[in-house]
Design a protein around this ligand. Sequence first.
Ligand code: ACO
Length: 430
Amino acid sequence: MSKKATLEVNGKKVEFPVVTGTEKEVAIDIKTLRSATGGIITLDSGFKNTGACESAITFLDGEKGILRYRGYSIEELAEKAHFLEVVYLLIFGDLPTQEQLDKFDSDIKENCIVDDDVKKILDAFPRSAHPMGVLSSLTSALTAFYPSSVDITSEEDMYNSIVHILGKFPVLVAWTMRKKQGLPLDYGDEELGYVENVMKMMFHLPNKKYVQNQVLVEALDKLLILHAEHEQNCSTSTVRIVGSSRAGLFASLASGISALWGPLHGGANQAVLEMLEAIKADGGDTKKYMAKAKDKNDPFRLMGFGHRVYKNFDPRAKIIKVAADEVLEDLGIEDPVLDIAKGLEQEALKDPYFVERKLYPNVDFYSGVIYRALGLPVEMFTVMFALGRLPGWIAQWKEMRLNKEPIGRPRQLYTGKTYREFVKIKKRGE
Ligand code: ACO
């Protein structure tokens, strides 16, 4: 028997269906709220209680610290799968057979060439430009070079757009960094796997043979898997809402990149490392920064801590913390900021301020330590997050289009002036 929720408003009782997801999550379906109540809406700033869609991609239980892509646990995927398999899983719903994976890989490689004129756009940016701004602009610009990706009328069109962007995006990622470093812009090697190719495109030097370091390849593969998808977060919701207007995939992704850039979202990984460096430069006094984070008159926040959904622990942070230790050990690197990070975590875990507010390290707290070990400049950290999140954004965009979701258009409660008569300019201020 289907359940109902009853709302009493203005002396009238209205019933709404209660819907249950496959993991027994419950939602009140308020589609008929306005029509049944004469125009009343819900108010939920920051969407803390609002489900924007039904989705079959990611299951997340923030209380229990569970994260699953298409039913598979993040722990198992990070340990046993490769990034490209996870990309396929997220976008198409199941892990690929070897044959499916080979075809997917080859279709992506076929589409990796970026029109050479894109380099002219890149040239126009100052060297000082933040790579996230550059990446967002270049991704959007791809629409002009490949206009067929906009008007998607069949699943074949959709597939073509997807393999185009999966091929070209790593090239743009590498170019944003190489441009900043004054290195030549070119391509990787189609003989290489997806992640190895990313490493080569980013780090090879024109006068040296590039030798892959398997520890680094595996570390990046794992990081990309851990960042690949996270249901309706700020950037993903942005991609879905922009895509809902039928803007093309590349334009939708470009807006997702901009949303990810912010320090409260993906930009936190850069902010964490800058914070840890500042603490180190200030003598390593973690207690001082803990006090600042708790002081409501101080805007400082402990970056990499807290999460809108995880109120227990972030399972990705647990895996990344172990990976950071392993990578530094394998590479024989001692990074004092890792010790500072661990010290902060220890203090926060027993501090009532953090305990009461259920603030734990999130995915960004330890990832920067690994990115740095890979040899990436701090400004590239969020770009690497975008590279990882790309398949999640694509999967969510595809789902939104296939489900034929209506254009996203929230309502508001107006709190401005009521009607006023227009005053001519000479009379204003009287
Ligand atoms: N340091 C200090 N206090 C914090 C922190 C923090 N990092 N995070 C939250 N709080 C406090 C808030 O001040 C607030 O306290 P109050 O109840 O006394 O007012 C309480 O905890 C709840 O915080 P909100 O900001 O209301 O929680 P919200 O769910 O809106 O924000 C967010 C979540 C944005 C992640 C927040 O925890 C934050 O700013 N963290 C630091 C930035 C960060 O690491 N972002 C990356 C998130 S993961 C990702 O997007 C990939």
